[in-house]
Design a protein around this ligand. Structure first.
Ligand code: C2O
Length: 448
């Protein structure tokens, strides 16, 4: 179907209201179920949802205050919920073997023992990661903390999540999976709306960008007037200082937060958020900001300093590992160090308290330039270098997902902190994870 641009207003996913328990934790009930959403005007799209909403409802958590989510599974198949970026016990991580059967339910415990950041949750049934999130099983989980409060960043209606996903549609409005040779869908959805418009006041806004594309939808986002945005946060939390950039790279699973100050523009200005990585025929227009009114209240200027990020020292690393990611041309599987994922096999055994340096190599050949996005569960990491060069300032904070182009490599450093047990690491082009590009770690307790 022809999808008109800038014809629908941006909406924001609903926020879940917790039940506050005397034990000082927030409790949520969520039901996974099939539903229909009106995504393209006048058409009904069957979707798989959390609580009937596409994308899923947003959970707002507070650092130091635990959350318990009871997930009830009314979907026609089993399900597993993973909190992406969460420092959570293994039993709450949505591991293979911990699936929720049809009509079953499971309690997930999220301690929120981590700083303010934009996380997200999504389904993690193996071999179906891509299809499940594509059908709609993804939502935001936002953690706030005191350090963030003190910065006076735009909040309330001026703190706007932008969940970006590409989709193909059939003529009847249903989602169509990409066919062979198709990579990124031809319609870009923001918060489930096709190429929407957001009317803004003349004031700064905070946007939390999540690339929740299931397949190969890499993004490089820029404003149509060429102006820079201020990047304030990455996957794992706030940066030490705002970084002005003209183009924001955003690979699937990555989060970048930006502040855009619309007070610079007269009423009537229209600015398109564009994606310049449209090699596969996706429309470059993602959404549009229309400046329609003066600021309705006061606001703080963006501080010059945000939250310090203590660099992990290379010299503190006890263990080094190397992971090579590639398509096996013989089997057609996607492999890490030559192996496809086996839920029965433990690939590595880091120890609690240890700092490790991992070299991640994308061994694809330039003739078939397949990107890979390496993601670790449980631990956040810092990028030491990319192809031997220090990371760009916007990548110099805490991360949990990193894009590596064909033939490239990154070195990342991480410290195993709070929880022992089994966790995954994998390529977050979920089609690649489906095809086996995933490994399992068993984090061991400290030696005595
Ligand atoms: Cu969003 Cu296993 O990841």
């Amino acid at each position: 179907p022809e999808v008109p641009k800038f014809a629908v207003p941006l909406t924001v996913p609903p926020e879940l209201r917790p039940r506050r328990l005397p034990e000082r934790l927030d409790y949520y009930d969520v039901t996974m179920k099939e539903a229909t959403a009106e995504i393209l005007p006048g058409l009904k799209t069957p979707v798989w949802t959390y609580n009937g909403s596409f994308p899923g409802p947003t959970i707002r958590a507070r650092a130091g205050r635990p959350v318990v989510v009871r997930q009830r599974n009314l979907l026609p198949e089993e399900a597993a919920v993973h909190l992406h970026g969460g420092n959570v016990p293994s039993g709450s991580d949505g591991m293979p073997g911990d699936e929720i059967p049809r009509n079953g339910s499971r309690y997930y415990f999220y301690p929120n023992a981590q700083p303010a950041a934009t996380l997200w949750y999504h389904d993690h049934i193996h071999h179906q990661e891509a299809v499940r999130t594509y059908r709609g099983l993804a939502g935001l989980y936002l953690i706030s903390d005191k350090a963030e409060d003190a910065l006076g960043l735009p909040h309330g209606p001026y703190d706007v999540p932008l969940v970006i996903q590409d989709r193909f549609f059939n003529a009847d409005g249903s989602f169509r999976l990409p066919g062979p040779g198709e990579f990124a869908g031809d319609v870009t959805l923001v918060n489930g709306r096709p190429h929407p418009v957001l009317e803004v006041e003349r004031r700064p806004y905070r946007f939390r960008l999540l690339n929740a594309s299931s397949f190969d939808g890499l993004l490089a986002l820029s404003l149509s007037n060429g102006d820079a945005v201020q990047v304030i946060a990455g996957d794992g939390g706030l940066l030490p200082a705002p970084v002005p950039v003209r183009s924001v790279p955003l690979a699937p699973a990555e989060r970048v937060e930006v502040v855009i100050d619309f007070s610079r523009y007269p009423i009537g200005t229209q600015i398109v958020l564009r994606n310049s990585l449209t090699i596969f025929g996706t429309a470059p227009e993602v959404m549009r900001f229309d400046v329609t009114r003066p600021a309705s209240s006061g606001y703080h200027p963006l501080p010059a300093k945000l939250v310090p990020v203590r660099r992990l020292k290379e010299s503190s690393a006890r263990v080094r590992r190397e992971f090579t990611l590639n398509l096996d041309p013989v089997t057609g599987k996607m492999v890490i160090n030559g192996k496809e994922f086996d839920p029965e096999r433990v690939d590595i055994e880091p120890r609690l308290g240890d700092t490790e340096i991992w070299t991640i190599v994308n061994a694809e050949k330039p003739a078939l330039p397949i990107p890979h996005v390496f993601h670790t569960h449980l631990v956040r990491f810092q990028i030491l270098d990319r192809n031997g060069q220090p990371p760009e300032p916007i990548e110099a904070g805490w991360k949990d997902s990193v894009n590596i182009e064909a033939g490239g490599w990154v070195r990342i450093i991480m410290k195993f902190g709070d929880f022992p047990g089994r966790y995954l690491y994998h390529c977050h082009l979920l089609g690649h994870a489906d095809l086996g590009m995933m490994g399992q770690m068993n984090v061991r307790r400290r030696r005595h």
